[in-house]
Design a protein around this ligand. Structure first.
Ligand code: UD1
Ligand code: CA
Length: 460
């Protein structure tokens, strides 16, 4: 093949400005929940956040979320700063898109419509759909897939040349149409210029008496406008309607996150029990033991090791840090380079300096621990008086004896020692020793006398 042929066939596609509309006004009654469906969590985040993230990867000019008057406030807060359009009554997917028309005014290019309850949708899927619309200059392009059982999905009617003729909703399909296996995944891309007249022409003369967005395909064909299908992976458009589907989607989502982490150079000792978040950031040669839960907001740098049964939320592990087993890192934790957090240690809003160690049974909250400091077993920062939080500062190289209570606000100087069992209420100067416990009293021979007395009493 000559170079010139190659350059012609791989000419870059000019992508037009994109607006994404995410439909989320449905009630989601089958979840039997007081929380709007799209705010149920997948990998630690509301499922609509994943849909938004997939849209963002395409750098759209606008994102609009369609909500109902019933779920309006909660969803608005979750999707901010993106705009919400209110659909007054839930009269179908075309009616939902109509509610967004005002927010779309002045937009020229493509309009992509997605559902808020399909958190597995990927940027690659969305891009393939937009490209399919662009390549054929279709009025409508639809993401098609072949589910294991087509059930309630809309069926795609394709003509002999592969063009899309119509989408028939399951409730309205003839037995022959029911038998079609290519289904509507729910993501559709429109040419903005032709969307208005199509939407205006949709009626509710169908089995459900709803305004179906899917009718736009038939209406476009009637006007002689082409419609296209982009076929994609079934998982990508899996919707959440029940708690069982929520669990399934979570599992599939976790599998993707695990695969991505491993592909990036992270060792997962038991991937099936590692729970990750979509925003977890990993360095190279990180090792994660079994049964580790990583909530949103966690950064793990190179060579850090997390032993089994740890739970991390909004925490940062420096290079070579070691954590666990059985550690709990709460928001605002920073574990410095080569620092160590051991068994049954809880950290909150605490920075452990480089090489510092808190090995056993410790709570450090609202504290600063200097480089190389050693925090003995059972150390507790008393950071809360029932009204306000106070800070504890521990200098570099300080040594805190076991079972110390540090009553904040308090500071222990650099290189200072605190005797085991102390209750520290006053600042300790650099390089000093602080002892704050009752002095030990020795009574020679007391135990022997005591036993003799007890034995005599028993006989008598
Ligand atoms: C829809 C498609 C179907 C497709 C399937 C894929 C239509 C008519 N049918 O069916 O072809 O195979 O998705 O999952 O589009 N919504 C609103 N306002 C409404 C109605 C729905 O915002 O008035 C939102 C829902 O919150 C949901 C989405 O639109 O996110 C889809 O609505 P739903 O009723 O679940 O459509 P399906 O019957 O599943
Ligand atoms: Ca649905």
């Amino acid at each position: 093949m000559s170079d010139s042929t190659l350059s012609v066939s791989s000419a870059p596609l000019v992508r037009r400005p994109l607006a994404c509309v995410i439909l989320a006004a449905g009630e989601g009654t089958r979840l039997k929940s007081d929380i709007p469906k799209v705010l149920h969590r997948v990998a630690g985040e509301p499922m609509i956040a994943h849909v938004i993230r997939a849209c963002e990867a395409l750098a759209p000019a606008r994102i609009v979320v369609v909500v109902s008057p019933a779920n309006d406030d909660l969803i608005r807060a979750a999707v901010a700063p993106y705009l919400c359009a209110v659909q007054p009554a839930q009269r179908g997917t075309a009616d939902a898109l109509r509610a967004a028309e005002e927010a779309l005014q002045g937009h020229e290019g493509d309009v992509m419509v997605l559902f808020g309850d399909t958190p597995l949708v990927t940027p690659a899927t969305l891009q393939a759909l937009q490209d399919a619309r662009n390549k054929t200059d279709a009025a409508v392009a639809v993401a098609g897939f072949r589910p294991a059982s087509p059930g309630a999905y809309g069926r795609l009617v394709v003509d002999s040349s592969g063009g899309l003729e119509a989408i028939v909703e399951a409730a309205d399909a003839t037995p022959a149409e029911q038998a079609l296996t290519l289904c509507n995944g729910g993501v559709m891309a429109f040419d903005a210029a032709r969307l208005g007249p199509l939407l205006a022409a949709v009626t509710d003369t169908n089995a459900k008496h709803e305004f179906y967005l899917t009718d736009t395909v038939r209406l476009a064909r009637k006007r002689g406008w082409a419609c296209a299908v982009a076929t994609l992976e079934a998982d990508d458009v899996l919707g959440v309607n029940t708690r069982t589907e929520l669990a399934l989607v979570n599992t599939l989502f976790q599998n993707r996150l695990r695969q991505a982490a491993m592909a990036q150079g992270v060792t997962l000792e038991d991937p099936a029990t590692t729970i990750l978040s979509a925003d977890t950031v990993f360095g190279r040669d990180v090792v994660i033991g079994s049964h580790v839960v990583i909530d949103p907001g966690v950064v793990i740098e190179d060579r850090a090791v997390i032993s089994p049964f740890c739970h991390l939320t909004h925490a940062h592990l420096g290079p070579g840090a070691t954590v666990g087993p059985f550690a709990r890192l709460r928001p605002g934790t920073e574990v410095g380079e080569d620092a160590h957090v051991g068994n049954f240690v809880e950290l909150k809003k605490t920075r452990l300096g480089r090489g510092a160690k808190a090995g056993h049974l410790t709570y450090l909250g609202d504290s600063e621990v200097g480089d190389g400091a050693n925090i003995g077993a059972g150390t507790i920062t008393c950071n809360y008086d029932g009204f306000a939080k106070a800070t504890t500062r521990i200098g570099a190289g300080a040594f805190i004896g076991s079972n110390t209570a540090l009553v904040a606000p308090v500071a222990v100087g650099k290189g200072a020692y605190v005797g085991a069992g102390s209750v520290i209420t006053k600042d300790v100067p650099d390089d000093a020793l602080a002892l704050a416990r009752s002095p030990q009293d020795i009574r020679f021979g007391w135990a022997k006398k005591f036993r003799a007395l007890m034995r005599r009493d028993k006989k008598g």
